[in-house]
Design a protein around this ligand. Structure first.
Ligand code: NAD
Length: 370
């Protein structure tokens, strides 16, 4: 990787630009206080791009995304664009980014901060200290498999078909991400499928086990059926470190895991592509939440999911582990200090705006960095 660190920021719609302003504050801090400059370019996506460029993502922005070391996204969508035809919807911009950047691995951490343990719908003793990551395969499986479609039946009515399909290379590359991630964490991977009723699940289990035995014997690997995993996430979520699973099961299990935290405004994500010869991956980082049109423009959105997504970017795209740790510690410090945006407000705590939350993170970074 060259010394120049390039970032494309596509803030999008609704609260996207508001939370991204606070990420820019941290980017500036890294330059001034740590001597780590980023070359930042901004672009439009979603409704903002539709309004200005008549497309949810222009070719020029797509080209910038492909050229950047990493892309930071805010959120897309809103009622203004709801009635548009499918190919013009704001979400098409995000889907185009994911497709053309070939982002096959979606990493969704579900951290429960001590200060927010009461926000979980589960009992504090079940979720306190929870720290899991779901690694979801993003470009294969039943959402993309052929044949697919709806065909009429001769006797009337229709037949709807989708096909669950996975190949060895698709399974191996996502499993590799999970093993590498676990190696930097608690060293445990749980691979999830339905090998009891699906051949694609049998292959998934076989390939994950083979990769483990050949290259990652030090990682503790277990296998679990997806229905059992859904139950175990509620019964005893702390048994998991890294869960790796396919597109369909990952879609559901990552939302279930997110709800264990109870705080949508706190959840980051990363989507990664294949590594090139230099180990560089295309990568997109975004909060899990949407554009929150109900609170957009009021300056009260929680920027922490975007800041935690940027921490993932520092770690995965730039190998800046110390700075990622620092940013995560700053988030923890500010929460422990009692500051809350409206969405995570609790009795006896101080309610702050998006901007004050961002400024407080920077002050905490100053303090932690000494
Ligand atoms: P949402 O995540 O935008 O909002 C759900 C609820 O959570 C709202 O009450 C909102 O105010 C609150 N919320 C979300 N993020 C918050 C934050 N950072 N701080 C404080 N409160 C927050 O989901 P939705 O309402 O279902 O969707 C709104 C729009 O966003 C739709 O157009 C949808 O298509 C789009 N969307 C986009 C993405 C994305 O860009 N990746 C993801 C989900 C939804």
């Amino acid at each position: 990787m060259s010394d120049k660190k390039t970032l494309l920021i596509v803030a999008g719609d609704g609260i996207g630009p508001e939370v991204m302003s606070e990420v820019l504050r941290v980017i500036e801090w890294l330059d001034k206080r740590r001597g780590i400059p980023f070359e930042v370019t901004q672009g439009l996506v979603g409704g903002a791009a539709l309004d200005a460029e008549d497309t949810p993502l222009s070719d020029a922005t797509m080209a910038k995304a492909l050229a950047a070391d990493a892309v930071l996204l805010g959120a897309v969508g809103g009622p203004k664009w709801d009635g548009l035809p499918f190919e013009k919807k704001p979400e098409r911009g995000l889907l185009r980014l994911r497709k053309e950047m070939a982002l096959f691995a979606n990493l969704r951490p579900a951290p429960v901060f001590d200060a927010l343990v009461d926000a979980s719908p589960l009992k504090p003793e079940i979720v306190r200290g929870l720290d899991i990551v779901i690694v979801r395969e993003l470009t294969g499986g039943v959402y993309f498999g052929e044949p697919r479609g709806i065909t009429p039946l001769p006797e009337g009515g229709f037949r709807g078909v989708n096909t669950q399909v996975y190949t060895t290379p698709e399974i191996v590359r996502i499993a590799r991400i999970a093993f590498e991630l676990a190696g930097r964490r608690q060293g445990r991977v749980c691979s999830v499928e339905k090998a009891n009723v699906m051949e694609s699940g049998v292959l998934w289990r076989r390939e994950v086990q083979a990769l483990h035995d050949a290259e990652f014997p030090a990682i503790a690997l277990s296998h679990m059926y997806a229905d059992n995993c859904a139950m175990q996430l509620l019964r005893d979520p702390r048994q998991f470190d890294v869960i790796v699973t396919d597109n369909l099961f990952g879609d559901m299990l990552s939302d279930e895991a997110a709800m264990l935290t109870g705080s949508l405004g706190m959840l980051p994500s990363a989507s990664l592509g294949e590594a090139d010869a230099q180990g560089r991956r295309r990568a997109l980082y975004e909060p899990v939440h949407g554009s929150a049109p109900d609170i957009a423009g009021r300056g009260i959105a929680n920027p922490l999911a975007s800041l935690l997504s940027f921490a993932m970017c520092l770690r995965w795209s730039f190998g800046l582990d110390a700075e990622a740790d620092l940013l995560e510690a700053a988030v923890k410090g500010v929460l422990d200090g009692g500051l809350r945006t409206a969405d995570i407000m609790q009795p006896g705590k101080a309610r702050v705006s998006t901007r004050v939350m961002g400024e407080s993170i920077v002050r905490e970074l100053d303090k932690l960095a000494g």
